[in-house]
Design a protein around this ligand. Sequence first.
Ligand SMILES: [Zn+2]
Ligand SMILES: [Zn+2]
Length: 344
Amino acid sequence: MFTRCMVCSVPFEANEQLEHVPNGRRLAFDPGRGRLWVVCRHCRRWSLMPIEERWEALEELGKLTVDKAKLLSQTDNIALLRSGPLEIVRVGRAQLTEEAWWRYGRELTQRKQSWDKLGVAGTLAAGAVVAGGWAAGGLSMLGMWLIMGHGSETVRDGARWLRFGSSAWRGRQECTKCGFVFRSIAYRERTSLGLFPDGPGSIQLVARCPRCGEYREAGLHLQGEEAQRTIRRVLAYHHFAGASEQRVFKATRLIQEAGSPQDLARIVVRDGKRLGDLRRTGGIALEIAVNEANEQHLLELELAELEAHWRREEELASIIDGELTPVPLLEQMRRRVTGAGGSP
Ligand SMILES: [Zn+2]
Ligand SMILES: [Zn+2]
């Protein structure tokens, strides 16, 4: 059983999900050829598991990818899946449907959990003040309730500020009408920001000019990657409280019905909308969609790299398995794992 990388000797992190491969957070397997590697996070090389230790592990992995793992993305040759902290590279076209929206949806539900916890923390802090003296003075229930409510909001606001700071965008842009120089967009102005369609899959972010009052024709217009980045930030700030699973489910349904994250963005923004006028589910769907497009792009780069790694490691594996392992054993294992051909 491997505990460390065969190339650089850095120890593999333990995972608690697989009995037969307890070490490694990223695994690669090829059910067709009966190969199994543990991928090193440090040097990124793949360590091929000894053949006699592979088959139960392959069965276990095969089951996990079908039952529990979520498909992040795939090419014709490899698929990248995730199950908890475990990342799995599966060689061969997976017969799995991609749950594209799941990735970012999870971020939103986790945000809601920490938001709820922050509320409890704030209430406890205010409660401590009350218990520490004011309660002795005979504070009304209403008074206590106000203090507690205010307490949680202060903690939450503090957490939000720590995470985001106060500006969603900093730069230098002039209003084309009056020459006013924009240097930043503060989060507190977010509800008045305009979202306008800007070519396929892209949104333009617009702020009213505080001097001449122009909005559509002049003012601040952010476009391209700068706009998408700022929109992702503003929406994350706006939805700092996260969303319930049910809300995320509804939002992802909207994206599916729209056809793609880009189409969803186009439908929600239509011919222009103020961020403050977005309906809740539509706003959550938009946040998922703008992040989805970004994440998809990063995943495509990662998959291309993984595929190059796989080609190299597979060449080595075929030599190791072919030369060091008696062919009947390999064939026996392959059949057992793929379920192809009679009993072993
Ligand atoms: Zn290594
Ligand atoms: Zn102006």
